[in-house]
Ligand binder design. Sequence first.
Ligand SMILES: [Ca+2]
Length: 111
Amino acid sequence: MALTPLDQALWCMVLTYYKYAKKEGDKKTLSKGELKELIQKELTIGAKLPEEKITGLTEDLDKNKDEIISFPEFSSLLGALCMAYNEALQGAAPPCGTPDEEGGGPAGPGH
Ligand SMILES: [Ca+2]
């Protein structure tokens, strides 16, 4: 069976993590520099975030304060982003198509 859009999105999250994790040091964890690069290059909002916001975000994510971002720590960023996108959807059309467009889609906000 082909991957569904949700499968692809999940794989994309995991693979994006490793794309940056493998750049330096431990290939299975993100250094603070790798996380910063990921945020700046992979998130539309990331390029607009001031340096200190990214640093603050990184500090928050590094729960055990070992200076590296493990996958479980990174996943809380993904969760927070999902929440932010959910809020952005309230009263606005999504920037990409909804998964079931052909079916008319859910009774979404707006339109
Ligand atoms: Ca950590």
